[in-house]
Design a binder for this molecule. Structure first.
Ligand code: AGP
Length: 609
């Protein structure tokens, strides 16, 4: 969701900015642009559509400039049109790129119009450009002008600003949206995601909320929200494999689905030593705090929220801890009650999801025992702002539809559950047999990957339908919800998931011979109940697509298509069945010809509330 980049160097930055924008494409966007300063002043280049369109435009005449800013825009204020794309420019003097939303832009726009500024876009960003222009005209100091301007802004933003007569400095500011400054050899960069800058540097300074910074040839100056000079720590990122290409796979999503056996094995390796769970790797550097956890409250969005819903089943049944799970966008507006000894847990792939961050900031003041981020991005705002963190080991995930980040989240919360379940026992063997079982999970996921062709065959009849129902029970109910979300996201087939027991309380009315019903039915304690629900569908001539193992006794037949899944233990089943539904959604999306890695209207990192 919107990507921002800037560069200041001795070499021509235009190709570097283009390269960086390509690396930000995974975030989702609908237009792209860049601006540079050359002999003739600020030159702006913008295109609706993909970065490739912008590249085609620039190939005709590539700018030659030592300073520039670039952007991929996901429309919020104003349609995806060239005039609304970034950079936005004020009176040929100031150019701005911006991520986030300026909430008070209407009032500022009216004020600037009265002052004589003419607007050429519908964006909130143009307000920032004119505001900086106004202050720059008065102060003749770009750093001071940006500081003064951001003091008038309400909302969330990360901005990069340059002035036509200052080709030697780039001023940036953040409030609620991430900004990473990349330090190269005699050159400096900035981006909303460090991934965009990995070809140029592995040394980063992550700005904090309220910071305004000036990048110049002689170094980086940062002022905090109080206007005090501060030094933010320089961090070296481990970039092995980051931004790697698709390899032999047709899409990043397929590659990432296939990376799951390794990612799951890495997750176990990172948290277990000599058959014992490592509390510190699971976030508990403070062992005493681990003993005091009496309840858990999980908050997340989308797919990560589904991982939280599965976690509730585990934390209650295995660790015997009360657990509640909330959507981050709902949580802080419902005035939640915090039970004694409650641990606040966020789940997030990106660690930059605005709703989840806002929930964390609310929770930090709400009297929880502690805050734990379970996250895939070590340098993210969520990790930096949480008291404790547990890093999932999925590696960079590029496909917008989350796959390996989800299954490693599941495994991480499962390991956390086992730690909490056995924390009071002195018996070092406690939990060992469950851990031993979990070591098999990679092999079982591998078995599911080998079913890809069979699952593809199942997707063929599915793609002709406009709608589908997903059914599951127990921890497989949230997996059914995740399966429905995956199908919706990338194939655009409408899908809803229900706990199977709910079928007869309403959705059964939808079932006829045109309704595909995708059911998860591993042989477990709930199998008989699940089979009764499947019979209810069959009696209405619904088209069943069943994922089950041999022991269940469920057979293919008229109206019943079956994928025979490997037999798995109850704890591993959600992870293994999730992979099968990822493959189903993937094949359906390919058959329908959608843009699998960059589905319409969606963004990888949702940085606005
Ligand atoms: C996953 O396929 C989705 N694109 C989306 O629901 C995502 O999980 C959600 O936006 C939360 O993102 P996060 O995990 O980065 O916080």
């Amino acid at each position: 969701m919107c990507g921002l980049i800037g560069a200041l160097s001795r070499r021509n930055v235009a190709p570097l900015l283009l390269d960086g924008l390509k690396r930000l494409e995974y975030r989702g966007y609908d237009s792209a642009g860049l601006a540079c300063i050359d002999g003739a002043g600020i030159s702006v280049h913008r295109r609706v559509g993909k970065v490739a369109e912008l590249e085609r435009l620039l190939q005709r005449r590539m700018p030659d400039s030592a300073i520039g800013i670039g952007h991929t825009r996901w429309a919020t204020h104003g349609e995806p049109e060239e005039r609304n794309a970034h950079p936005q420019v004020s009176r040929d003097t100031i150019a701005v790129v911006h991520n986030g939303i300026i909430e008070n832009y209407e009032g500022l726009r009216k004020m600037l119009e009265v002052m004589g500024y003419a607007f050429s876009s519908d964006t909130d960003t143009e307000v920032v450009a004119h505001l900086v222009h106004y202050h720059y005209a008065g102060l003749s100091d770009l750093f001071a002008a940006v500081r003064t301007a951001v003091n008038q802004l309400v909302g969330a933003y990360a901005i990069a600003v340059m002035a036509a007569d200052r080709p030697d400095c780039l001023v940036v500011a953040r409030q609620g949206n991430p900004l990473a400054v990349g330090i190269g050899d005699g050159e400096q960069f900035v981006a909303s995601d460090a991934v965009a800058l990995l070809p140029f540097t592995d040394r980063f300074v992550f700005l904090e909320d309220g910071d305004v910074a000036c990048l110049a040839a002689d170094g980086l100056s940062v002022l905090d929200a109080d206007g005090q000079a501060v030094e933010r720590p320089l961090q070296q990122l481990d970039v092995a494999g980051a931004g790697a290409d698709k390899g032999p796979y047709r899409h990043y999503m397929l590659k990432e689905i296939h990376e799951q056996p390794d990612a799951l094995a890495d997750t176990i390796r990172g948290c277990v030593e000599h058959g014992m769970l490592l509390p510190a790797a699971l976030g508990f550097t403070d062992r005493e705090l681990l003993q005091r956890v009496q309840a858990v409250h999980i908050v997340a969005c989308g797919t990560s929220h589904h991982a939280g819903e599965v976690a509730r089943y585990w934390l209650e049944s295995v660790a015997r801890l009360p657990c509640s799970v909330d959507l981050a966008s709902e949580y802080r507006y419902r005035d939640p009650v915090v039970p004694p000894g409650c641990l606040f847990v966020t789940l997030s792939q990106s660690g930059e999801t605005a709703d989840t961050l806002a929930a964390l900031r609310y929770a930090a003041k709400a009297g929880y025992l502690g805050t734990l981020a379970i996250c895939n991005c070590p340098a993210s705002s969520l990790v930096r702002e949480s008291a404790m963190h547990l890093l999932t080991r999925a590696g960079p995930e590029i496909g917008v539809a989350s796959t390996k980040a989800f299954t490693t989240q599941l495994l991480s919360v499962l390991l956390l559950t086992l730690l909490l379940a056995h924390r009071h026992r002195h018996d070092a063997q406690a939990g060992r047999s469950q851990l031993e079982q979990l070591r098999q999970v990679s092999a079982r996921v591998e078995d599911v990957l080998n079913l890809s062709r069979r699952i593809e065959a199942l997707a063929v009849p599915l793609v002709n339908h406009a709608s589908a129902l997903f059914l599951g029970r127990g921890p497989l109910y949230p997996i059914a919800r995740e399966g429905a979300l995956k199908l919706k996201e990338i194939s655009y087939i409408h899908a809803e998931a229900y706990a199977s027991g709910e079928l007869k309380h309403g959705p059964l009315a939808l079932v006829d011979d045109q309704m595909p019903v995708i059911a998860l039915a591993p042989s477990n304690l709930l199998l008989d109940k699940q089979r009764s629900n499947l019979r209810e569908v069959q009696a209405r001539k619904g088209q069943l697509f069943v994922f089950s193992d041999r022991d269940s006794g469920i057979e293919a037949g008229p109206g019943v298509r079956l994928v025979e899944m490997p037999k798995v233990d109850a704890l591993s089943a959600p992870i293994v069945y999730a992979v099968a539904l990822q493959l189903l959604a993937y094949h359906a999306a390919v058959l329908r010809g959608s843009d699998v890695d960059k589905p319409r209207n969606l963004a990888k990192s949702v940085t606005v509330e």
